[in-house]
Design a protein around this ligand. Structure first.
Ligand code: SF4
Length: 332
């Protein structure tokens, strides 16, 4: 909830309300739920838990951040870290109040990451307008979520967000072939459009493409101990992004590091290609286990093969001379 964030990919964290319900394996180590359990202790998590609106003085911070960004002639990014923007338990009134603020501060770029992408279009339509300074993202920690969440995210492209992004954090298995989600060229303005949808040479709509992909490992949250993410899972995402020119950001390695050369019996855990953890039998899975060791977040760092990955889509700053939009943002 601080003014600035040490989250590697956003300038600020800010949440219109606090509270949520765990719905996905990635939620097992929910940072916000743990924060409520320990330090803040103000909101009960879960389907019957409350969703508490943050204070009026906290909401006023947005004006200062917007003014700073305007002076710096750059868009400042804001990430809601203590809620899911498209939570079913939050009604339209609060979301409308929030979207009015989003539209009022055009130098802030909102990174709306959700585990409920199936709700995006319906809930934005309930609000009644789409602010122009939003990027939509969804979490895909495993292949199942790639198959279920990304199609919903692509539909939300019709609302004309600044870009779409996928967060594979915590990455819990290899995500396989991401080509269908990286390869589209619907993000360019060239070509034929019908009612705002780009149409390919074959007459079918061109799939939008992800404008950014993020990976990361898991950290401990109270009783929940971080699960390891193999480096070859990260590398697969990194290399596919490179092949398609998609900005790639690797947030951090979690608390585990890979030990490249080891002998059985060395300290650590064998992590198998399917994510299973344990010594097991070296012949299982063709002997394809890697040795990983818990070293903590700081020591694990965020280098992947010696490189920091900080890819972010180009989002031009809003010209300072422009007044805040009064009518812009109607749903296309
Ligand atoms: S959706 Fe996000 S905020 Fe909600 S429980 Fe899951 S990780 Fe936590």
């Amino acid at each position: 909830m601080g003014d600035t964030t040490n989250i590697e990919w956003a300038d600020h964290t800010w949440s219109p309300w606090i509270g949520c319900t765990k719905i996905s394996p990635a939620c097992d180590g929910c940072y916000a739920a743990h924060l409520m359990d320990t330090r803040l202790g103000r909101v009960e998590w879960g389907p019957h838990g409350e969703r508490r609106r943050t204070s009026k003085s906290y909401w006023r911070r947005l004006a200062a951040w917007d003014a700073d960004a305007r002076r710096a002639e750059r868009m400042a990014t804001v990430f809601p870290s203590l809620c899911d923007p498209f939570d079913n338990a939050v009604g339209v009134d609060l979301r409308l109040e929030w979207f009015v603020e989003i539209r009022a501060y055009p130098n802030l770029l909102w990174l709306l990451l959700t585990k409920r992408p199936q709700n995006i279009v319906r809930m934005v339509k309930e609000v009644g307008f789409m602010p122009p300074n939003i990027a939509f993202g969804t979490t895909c920690e495993d292949r199942k979520r790639v198959e279920t969440n990304l199609p919903h995210l692509m539909v939300a492209a019709g609302l004309r967000p600044k870009f779409l992004f996928m967060s594979a954090e915590p990455l819990l298995e290899d995500l396989g072939d991401l080509t269908p989600w990286l390869g589209g060229d619907a993000n360019t303005s060239e070509g034929r459009f019908e009612r705002g949808i780009k149409i390919g040479d074959d007459g079918w709509p061109v799939l939008p493409a992800l404008g950014q992909v993020i990976t990361g490992g898991e950290t401990d949250q109270g009783a929940h101990k971080a699960r390891p993410s193999r480096y070859d899972w990260y590398r697969n995402v990194r290399d596919q992004c490179a092949a398609h020119g998609t900005p790639y950001l690797h947030k951090q390695n979690g608390v585990w590091v890979e030990i490249p050369k080891y002998r059985l019996g060395d300290p650590g855990e064998i992590v198998w290609p399917d994510g299973a953890v344990g010594r097991g039998n070296a012949n299982e899975h063709g002997g394809a286990g890697v040795l990983m060791r818990r070293v903590g977040k700081k020591a694990a760092g965020r280098l992947l093969d010696g490189v920091n990955h900080d890819g972010f889509p180009v989002v031009p700053a809003r010209p300072a001379s422009l007044a805040p939009p009064q009518t812009a943002g109607a749903i296309p």
